[in-house]
Design a protein around this ligand. Structure first.
Ligand code: TSB
Ligand code: ZN
Length: 587
């Protein structure tokens, strides 16, 4: 998807188109007051106060028509510069503009406004020369947006659009938007019955339906196997902790705004946990450790609760109740490099297994100025940050650095991916931590019999099963590899009257070989049943007629293909079992 902000001409065009939108809205809704209308990566928007009016779907076409009319007039877009006093006078009836102007420092900024015909807006510019240049645009959607992004303020109407220099560019962009909508995991998740939400459970609290639960179980088995092979020790711990636990860890001071509020039971004060580190610290501390025992890797598929703003929750991607594929690795300082490298290798390995190619490594560092968020020990931070860089450089992994994105306890490596709709999110993460082991007074005995403090690596390869599944749905467009497909084979007897019995035999054969199979003997036409197997994106469809019954063979079609292959029963079982065992990707 093209980034409008990366192209000066497109940015100007989109910004001017936001003004054109405001002009049209002013014609159609004379009471309208305008807040801000910037160009953004995806095009432009304008936040508008329409009084008691609200925008409805059908209004977009009407506004667009008025925009075309205004653009055709071809009015010149003229810039005026004003003093602060003049600006305050000019916009005296507009509280939104007054708010903007009052915060401007005229020694610092030139206050300017732009006029086109009967419309004037306070604006820094630049703009195109005349509205005639605005030919190829489209209004895309609308939503509510709180004034200044604060839910205590009035809800404004935000209208989004996009503008280009040619019809072809606009068409290409609209096509991409349509494709992204098709890929959106919320759409596919509903169609394929992967998850659902219900207001009685609450927002950001998805429920995994049987198909989703099957996929998740496979993901759990997959990563559990990998982690066991690397010596991880898996545990189960409660998804609550006392306030004191999170005071000890520092989350209470640094992470409270992301946590659900405290609840009191008898004399204890509990919180739903937002992270699992404190529990794992206590498990480490439950025993004495020698330097020879390290690294100790404590893993858990652990449920966490976080407060996410209601406007931010999104399908499975951003939830308030999530399950992390979490682990805390307790290492000696001399083991940091090797252990961090192992984690990065595991991430690369997993991405390869899932065919994930579109991701970026981000090295998240502290903001040295922010002494409130980050504990004040420059030496420790510098060492930790240098160590991560050293490993990444050694592995030859490409990454970019982000200041101020570190966790409060240390720097981290995040893997960023771009969902079908909306901004980038973090999938995997590996975080270095010198702080929590100190807070929990964790130790190991070194070769001289002295107590030393271990270092912790927090890591989540999938991130959460929730977010990873959301991403996987979008990457595969719901066409999962066979090993992950909720139904792997659909068995369709051509005529249930004659072929049902053979169909049942094949179903049982596959079930006995741990293959997930569905027998479709509904009284529907063959074509209808075949189409449905395609809609459900089932990898294999077996079609059984007279020939197959007589020769005791299987004829199958792969998803998305028309041709049929006939093989013996043994051959088919062997073929699909291998594919599942190897966790092969779809070709
Ligand atoms: C890795 N203590 C560490 C842990 O040991 C931790 O909690 N890190 S985290 O805050 O970065 O979260 C881990 C992963 O959870 C993130 O990388 C991200 O992929 C995922 N995640 C975070 N918030 C959400 C959310 N609201 N919905 C779904 N997944 C989320
Ligand atoms: Zn952690």
């Amino acid at each position: 998807m093209i980034n409008i902000k990366e192209n000066e001409r497109l940015e100007m065009l989109n910004h001017s188109c936001a003004h054109l939108l405001a002009q049209a809205v002013q014609h159609l809704y004379p009471q309208a007051k305008f807040w801000v209308g910037p160009a953004i990566e995806e095009g432009f928007y304008y936040d508008i106060d329409l009084g008691d009016d609200v925008i409805k779907e059908e209004d977009l076409a009407r506004i667009e028509k008025e925009m075309k009319k205004c653009a055709k007039d071809g009015k010149k877009i003229i810039r005026h510069e004003l003093s602060k006093e003049e600006a305050l006078e000019k916009f005296k009836d507009d509280p939104y503009k007054i708010d903007l102007i009052s915060r401007m420092d005229e020694n610092d900024t030139v206050i300017s406004c732009y006029s086109q015909g009967d419309f004037t807006d306070l604006c820094r510019g630049p703009h195109v020369e005349t509205t005639k240049e605005l030919k190829y645009f489209k209004l895309l959607k609308f939503s509510g947006a709180y004034w200044k992004g604060d839910s205590k303020n009035k809800m404004l109407q935000r209208i989004y659009g996009v503008c280009f220099d040619s019809q072809e560019d606009l068409d290409a962009c609209l096509k991409e938007i349509a494709e992204a909508k098709e890929r959106d995991h919320r759409k596919i998740g509903k169609e394929q019955e992967i998850f659902m939400n219900h207001e009685l459970v609450g927002s950001g609290m998805p429920m995994w339906l049987p198909n989703g639960a099957l996929i998740r179980k496979q993901l759990e088995n997959y990563i559990y196997e990998k982690e066991q092979k690397q010596g991880y020790l898996h545990v189960y711990t409660p998804c609550v902790g006392t306030v004191d636990l999170y005071k000890t860890s520092g989350h209470w001071d640094h992470y409270k705004e992301n946590m659900f509020p405290m609840m009191k039971v008898d004399e204890e004060e509990f919180v739903l946990r937002p992270m699992n580190c404190p529990h794992h610290m206590l498990i480490y501390g439950n025993k004495l450790h020698s330097y020879r025992d390290l690294p100790i890797r404590i893993g858990e598929f652990a449920t966490d609760f976080r407060y996410e703003a209601s406007g931010a929750v999104k399908g499975l991607e951003r939830v308030r109740c999530m399950c992390q594929n979490d682990a805390h690795l307790f290492v000696r300082p001399d083991q940091i490099g090797e252990e961090f490298q192992k984690v990065v290798r595991l991430i690369l390995d997993v991405y390869q297994d899932f065919g994930i190619k579109n991701y970026k490594f981000r090295l998240s560092l502290r903001d040295p100025e922010d002494k409130e968020k980050y504990f004040d020990d420059d030496k420790m931070w510098d060492e930790a940050e240098a160590k991560l860089r050293e490993v990444l450089d050694g592995l030859g992994v490409e990454y970019f650095e982000a200041i101020g994105e570190a966790a409060f306890y240390g720097p981290k490596l995040d893997v960023e991916v771009k969902p079908a709709v909306g901004p980038e999110v973090t999938l995997s993460t590996c975080q270095l931590d010198f702080l929590l082991p100190r807070r929990f007074e964790l130790t190991y005995i070194d070769s001289n019999g002295e107590k030393q403090i271990p270092v912790v690596l927090h890591r989540a390869i999938f991130g959460t099963f929730d977010r990873f599944t959301a991403f996987l749905i979008e990457e595969t467009k719901g066409v999962f590899p066979t090993w992950l497909s909720p139904v792997q084979v659909s068995v369709i007897p051509v005529n249930p009257e004659f072929h049902q019995e053979y169909g049942e035999e094949i179903r049982d054969l596959l079930l006995n070989n741990d293959i997930r199979v569905e027998l479709d003997v509904r009284n529907e036409k063959l074509g209808y049943r075949l189409r449905e197997a395609q809609t459900k994106k089932i990898p294999y469809t077996i079609i059984l007629g007279d020939q197959e019954k007589e020769n005791r063979t299987i004829s199958y079609r792969l998803f998305g293909q028309k041709d049929t292959t006939t093989v013996s029963q043994e051959e088919f079982v062997e073929l699909i079992k291998q594919e599942i065992k190897n966790r092969s990707l779809r070709v």
